[in-house]
Design a protein around this ligand. Structure first.
Ligand code: GLN
Length: 423
């Protein structure tokens, strides 16, 4: 059965030996691969072939990995279901008739179906963690600055990181170890404190671990999800962890702030797709403005257009203070709240997604409901913190549920250790 996990199946071989020799690592189609087309799930880039490798792809090659192809995604990363791709939707190998989550749904489906050993996704507001949760796999969103974004086709620069998706925490850690570390070509990267020995950290030892549970991240969640979440917490408690609940009021505003910031950055990033520098050049007998409009009308899908319009509006003179500036203030508040909550806890825990995987087609006509499904993942990107999603179990009706563990900046080892007690 094909899950439509790949947009392009073309094997990229490595010619060196390393820690990932004999492993296949599927790469999301917004990460540049030299000589292999990179579409971002968009008709706009259907024929775009990058002339260079992203830093993470270079590191995969140096580690001996084989790349079996480029994976399907929501167009430009804008979505939660992998249904907005110009190359058709991806199916969920772990839940028939349901979405695999997004936007890195192709990467997660490839791993869940055994079509790749490991995969890279990108997470701007949950796009690694959500598909991991929906397909019963493990996903890590690294601390902002741990992994180079050089060669990643940007959606919202201040929020996103490339991260691993794998069948187990240990394998996710293995892939993280390969891609992490500073890069001269991305000035936002930095040397992480500590030894970066992520694989070693996956020892399942949660004795003495203190878990904080933000009540705001349980409030709106589906009952079936909450039940499965508590079962996972009980399991961690049985292994020696303890927990307390904590209120973080700012989280009630995080998803709104996220969408204003993400759409604003997107409207600016996507301006380059005009048919002159990127995108299909058309034979057009009109003025430049008309041609620009025609290329974008044809090349972008509905969701991308909606976000460019909203983002442009939020940034425009007269509205900038009302929307963009207010969203930045909320972002600062979210960061502060996380800092205080992480003073009293080693990690914070929540359901990764407040809902189980949606039925195919359910979210397409209802963007607002789809945005709200990102309530638990987006605050982490606003605060630039690391988080992991591990399988928490299944709902009583058999749907996968993810447990999200959030750590302090560069606390990857802590969330890997905690997560490895479960997967
Ligand atoms: N679902 C969120 C959005 O649509 C997150 C996407 C992502 O992380 N790329 O913006």
């Amino acid at each position: 059965m094909s899950y439509n996990a790949f947009i392009t199946r073309e094997t990229i071989e490595s010619d060196t030996e390393g820690p990932l020799t004999d492993k296949t690592v599927a790469v999301k189609d917004n990460i540049s691969t030299e000589g292999v087309r990179t579409t971002c799930g968009s008709a706009m880039l259907e024929e775009y072939v990058p002339p260079y490798d992203a830093t993470v792809v270079q590191r995969l090659k140096e580690a001996g990995a084989t790349i079996p192809g480029k994976t399907n995604m929501d167009e430009f990363g804008m979505g939660t279901t992998t249904e907005t791709s110009a190359f058709g939707p991806t199916d969920n190998p772990a839940a028939e008739g349901r979405v695999p989550g997004g936007s890195s749904g192709g990467s997660a489906a490839a791993v869940a179906a055994g079509e790749a050993d490991l995969a890279l996704g990108t997470d701007t507001g949950g796009s690694v963690r959500c598909p991991a949760a929906f397909t019963g796999t493990v996903g890590i969103k690294p601390t902002y600055g741990l992994v180079s974004r050089y060669g990643l086709i940007a959606y919202a620069n201040s929020l996103e990181q490339i991260g691993p998706i794998a069948p187990s925490v240990e394998e996710a850690a293995e892939l993280l170890e390969v891609i992490a570390g500073p890069d001269d070509r991305d000035a936002t990267t930095r040397e992480a404190p500590g030894d970066g020995a992520y694989v070693e950290a996956a020892d399942g030892d949660v004795e003495g671990l203190e878990i904080g549970i933000p009540t705001e991240l349980l409030d709106g969640a589906d009952e079936r999800v909450v039940e499965t979440f508590w079962e996972a917490i009980d399991e961690l408690e049985a292994k020696g962890a303890s927990y307390h609940e904590v209120s973080m009021e700012s989280l009630q505003h995080a998803v709104e702030a996220y969408y204003v910031i993400a759409m604003s950055e997107a409207s600016s990033n996507l301006a380059r797709f005009d048919g002159v520098r990127y995108g299909p050049t058309q034979e057009y007998e009109g003025n430049w403005n008309e041609e620009f409009a025609a290329v974008r009308e044809e090349g972008f899908g509905e969701e991308v257009k909606r976000r460019i319009l909203l983002g442009t509006y939020a940034l425009s003179a007269g509205y900038h203070d009302k929307y963009y500036k207010q969203a930045q203030d909320a972002r600062a508040w979210v960061k502060q709240d996380f800092d205080s909550a992480l003073e009293a806890a080693d990690v914070l825990a929540s359901p990764t997604m407040p809902v189980p995987p949606m039925e195919r087609g359910e979210s397409l006509d209802d963007p607002l409901t789809m945005y709200l499904a990102d309530a638990n993942t987006t605050p982490v990107n606003l605060a630039n913190l690391p988080a992991i999603s591990v399988p928490a179990g299944e709902t009583s009706d058999g749907l996968p549920v993810g447990l999200q563990l959030i750590g302090p900046a560069f606390g990857e080892k802590t969330i890997i250790r905690a997560g490895s007690a479960l997967a």
